[in-house]
Write a protein of this length. Sequence first.
Length: 596
Amino acid sequence: MVSCSNIMVVMILVVVCNRVNCCSGKDSRCGRHGPKIRFPFHFKDSETEDGCGYKGFGLTCSDTHKTLLELPSHSGPIVLQVKTINYQDQYIFVSDPGNCLPGKLLKLHQSQMSTFQLYKYPEDSSKSIFLNCSSLSCPVYVVDSGNSLLHSGFDPILCTRTPDIISSLRRSEDEDCDDCYGLTWSKPNCSMCEIQGKMCKLKNNGTGDEIECFERQHKPIKKILLYVTVAIVGAIMVVLILKTYLRLYNYFKTKGEDEARIEKFLEDYRALNLTRFSFVDIKRITNNFREELGEGAHGAVFKGKLSNEILVAVKMLKNTVDDGKEFINEVKAMGKIHHINVVRLIGFCADGCYRALVYNFFSNGSLQNFITQPKNINRFFGWEMLQQIALGIAKGIEYLHTSCDQRILHFDINPHNVLLDDKLVPKITDFGLAKLCSKTQSVVLVTAARGTLGYIAPEVFSRNFGNVSYKADIYSYGMLLLEMIGERKSISELSEENFKVLYLEWVHEFLEGRDMQLKIGKVGDDVILKKLAIVGLWCIQWNPINRPSIKGVLKMLEAQEEGNLIVPPNPFNSTIFKNSEIPKKYSILELESIHE
């Protein structure tokens, strides 16, 4: 309704403006302070055939809203600025934008081509004389008959008198127009119309310069504008009232729907059912994405609140240009995951191009925040707790690999993707790279390397190391174990190759007792350290066949005595690397292997 009203107003104003430019009886201007413009003057771009303008009286508006008059002469057009227009006495005061008005007036007088003449004082008043000063920037100046200078800045001795004209040029008495001279016209003569307070125009059926007077139309136009304004204001008020009513209606309706949706969500939450959120819901839950928890390769994570008791982490996914079918299928599978060591997916968003996952929120953050040197007592919580965390992560992986309807391969196990709750129970999260496959399927088709640098299994990079299978998650888990027990620089500060070679060599030296850089806090910590180191080294064997399954990992971690575990071969030993079978001396571990 507002747009229709605006269109109506524009149409009315266009009609009014067109009449103003013709014979409506309303004056026009160039800017707010320019002289009033009416017949015989007119704008050059307006029509003159209907008697609302007169030839030779065309005006233009400059970019700075100055009223300009262009007059013909033998030496080219003369452009003057119109300062004042007196319609009753039929004269105008003009100035020169180039500050050389006398010279232009002399040209105008000599050409005798213009409809305007020089506006003079009565005969008994003092005369004005043109002086030619060719040595100056403006070659012509004017003085009165008493040689008093009308212009400063030159020496009259250096000038010669121009004998072409001796006139009584009338100057403006306005202080703001000290350098203005007058021009007058005789045709058309609208003096009587102006005296009567009427407007003037050419007769429609007349000839030549015949004119006629007509009444001004200010009052009717004002009434029309008043009516139009009242109508517009009324329409706008009606629209605003309707919009306010609709907003209030939608607000209370949405509020009721939100309350019903929250109740339904809480029921689903208690029943472990997955909830589908709209993008509007996601914005409300995250308070318009106010608090960002972090950003990864697959999207940013924001803190949200479903209720005062339930806090969530909302992950907005990037590059969601597909139709969403694959996304929904994976979400349905992940929605069935309910394990103490796997982050629970409580909801998702697939609204247009927006994709989001909603998880439980854990204030302790990721495991990466707690992997640090033992001397930092604020973050390090002991080797026994590290072992419990490692065991919990392994149980979560076992659940994904063996206990779901479909085997879920995570492909991105690393400390950043393991969250800790308030009791330091680990939760595997971020399934952005996960793949679903049948439990009977051992080989997985992967078209490109996926994962985090330093944790990616070698076969994911190159099929020369073997086919890709669930053993890729075992490799990533092994690297996570080694990082949990080591004092080393961040992976981002070392190349992957240097990290693997130098760090793994150090682990073997530690197990052989040749390097004791780690500080043991209490009795039994050394047993935990060696156990985690041995399991980690088994998990990162280059050949996937030589890595244990996740069940074999759990057997080793739950072993009571570290002495039953055999140190695996160094993966950088070329002899061992070429051997595709596990040596008999390591077979006591009874590790389940997969032939891919």
